[in-house]
Ligand binder design. Structure first.
Ligand code: B1M
Length: 211
């Protein structure tokens, strides 16, 4: 890995917003691939932050500054990940489920979906089943995507699917779930149509679900 990527990873770990922005810009200018900036710099840094939190070395404030640095860097990377000017191939309602405030993975998934040609209706974080159902109806969405980062909020994805069934919408909309604790097994168990381990494959799965 190049030293600039290592520096970017370190900037995320340190929550150094300015450095994260500057290094992302430099890496783009010097021709580094957006994928390596994302995976080897930003996501690698954030994984380390998670490890530091798990072992008690970092607390919530450190996670917050790291998240802010990652979000700033992602905004710089956005034009490289999102291909604009194409006709939408479908509409997806997307959100992080109720009780959950993690939105970096969800935002990244939104960027990849936009890049793949989807219109993304992003409901944000802490989204209730009622709000998901109302948005699917309002936007006539073909797809619904849910992100959950906590083992305690992951179970809410099942509740949203039940709410879709109760509203007689389940047959009209395909459901995809993702987020760190979510697995393919879990997706099967709750009757979702797809699971994705990362944002890029999430966009791929969504394209497949349209056919
Ligand atoms: Co939190 N947090 N956090 N946190 N946080 C985790 C998730 C944790 C694993 C850390 C740890 O212990 N190692 C842990 C969860 C443990 C568990 O439940 N098993 C945890 C905890 C405990 C908490 C709090 C409870 C801490 C506290 O208050 N005591 C609290 C909960 C708040 C709440 O939500 N109600 C909390 C708070 C926070 C912050 C607000 C400080 C901040 C979030 C800021 C923000 O998002 N705006 C934060 C952060 C930054 C993290 C870690 C460090 C990083 C998450 C992240 O952004 N990763 C995280 C540790 C970790 O994940 N290693 C942790 C980078 C991102 C690109 O990855 O979101 O997984 P991820 O998305 C991936 C895939 O999962 C996938 O694509 C992305 C990659 O391409 N994906 C999808 C995600 N959604 C998808 C949807 C799809 C498809 C793919 O289709 C729809």
């Amino acid at each position: 890995m190049g030293s600039d990527l290592q520096d970017l990873k370190a900037a995320i770990i340190d929550g150094d917003n300015k450095a994260a922005i500057a290094l992302t810009g430099q890496l783009i200018e010097t021709g580094a691939s957006p994928q390596s900036i994302l995976n080897d710099g930003l996501i690698a840094g954030m994984s380390e932050v998670g490890e530091l939190f798990k072992c008690g070395e970092y607390f919530v404030p450190e996670m917050l500054v790291a998240a802010r640095a990652m979000k700033s860097a992602l905004e710089i990377l956005r034009p490289r990940l999102v291909d604009t000017g194409v006709q939408p191939i479908g509409t997806i309602v997307l959100g992080t489920v109720r009780g959950d405030l993690h939105d970096i993975g969800k935002n990244l998934t939104a960027m990849f979906l936009e890049g793949a040609g989807f219109r993304v209706v992003d409901l944000g974080v802490d989204v209730s089943a009622d709000k998901f159902v109302a948005a699917v109806k309002e936007h006539n969405a073909e797809l619904l995507g849910m992100s959950a980062l906590l083992t305690t909020t992951m179970t809410y994805t099942a509740e949203v699917i039940r709410a879709l069934q109760a509203a007689n919408l389940r047959d009209q909309v395909k459901v995809i779930v993702g987020g760190a604790p979510v697995t393919a097994d879990w997706a099967r168990q709750i009757g979702a149509d797809a699971f994705a381990v990362d944002a890029a494959s999430g966009a791929e799965r969504c394209k497949e679900l349209l056919h």
